[in-house]
Design a protein around this ligand. Structure first.
Ligand code: ZN
Length: 213
């Protein structure tokens, strides 16, 4: 888990669910009409080089590879046209999900937090500086487990692009410098077990890996 004394702990970690059509379909959900938002606490974060400890005896733990953006300015009611001006950095991360538990919670109409927001549920790569010159909606990414590819996607496949997500979030929360946004996962999610090595990679961002235990 991240050393909480470090200065780069974000104020909030926002996450978007069901933001890629193929993943939404593999989950058996209808396409959302507006972004599906949940949050993780800062104790969810697992930096590169830290152990990825999976919850035990709570059913399957799935990996969701995601583009993560960092916000660097205060902003409320941000117009979509200028929203990308609030992004300072991008990286890849993994939204770990207790899938069996999430299915039960969904069926019961209950919130997802127990399945999504546990300690150690948000692996985070190293941020690179993002400038408006590079196209945030054309980032390739791949996820492999023990050397076998599981997920592959491009941010152009997002149902709600990053600018729309930022505009939407800023209507409900004032965005704060340092906030992270996990922007949803492409299809191919699957189980991770102790002993697995997971690697996430983007030619535009870098490559990060963790050993699950
Ligand atoms: Zn996710």
């Amino acid at each position: 888990m991240i050393d909480m004394s470090r200065p780069d702990i974000p104020p909030r970690i926002f996450c978007v669910g069901l933001n890629y059509k193929a993943h939404t379909q593999e989950m058996g959900n209808a396409l959302p009409e507006q972004p599906v938002i949940f949050m993780k606490p800062t104790t969810s974060l697992v930096a590169v080089g830290e152990p990825l400890k999976l919850p035990k005896a709570q059913g399957s733990v799935h990996h969701e590879m995601e583009l993560v953006v960092a916000i660097d300015k205060l902003g409320a009611d941000i117009p979509v046209e200028v929203a990308l001006g609030y992004v300072s950095g991008v990286t890849l991360g993994i939204d770990l999900t207790l899938r069996d538990l999430q299915s039960k919670l969904k069926q019961a109409g209950q919130p997802w937090e127990l399945s999504k927001s546990f300690d150690g549920s948000a692996a985070i790569g190293k941020f690179i500086v993002w400038t408006a010159q590079s196209d945030i909606q054309n980032i390739d990414m791949r996820c492999s487990v023990n050397g076998k590819q599981r997920q592959q996607g491009n941010t152009r496949e997002m149902l709600f692009p990053v600018a729309k997500i930022i505009a939407f979030l800023s209507r409900h929360w004032q965005l704060l410098p340092g906030d992270f946004i996990y922007t949803g996962t492409p299809s191919g999610v699957g189980p991770l077990v102790a002993g697995d090595r997971i690697e996430i990679e983007s030619p535009q961002i870098g490559r990060f890996s963790w050993d699950a235990s």
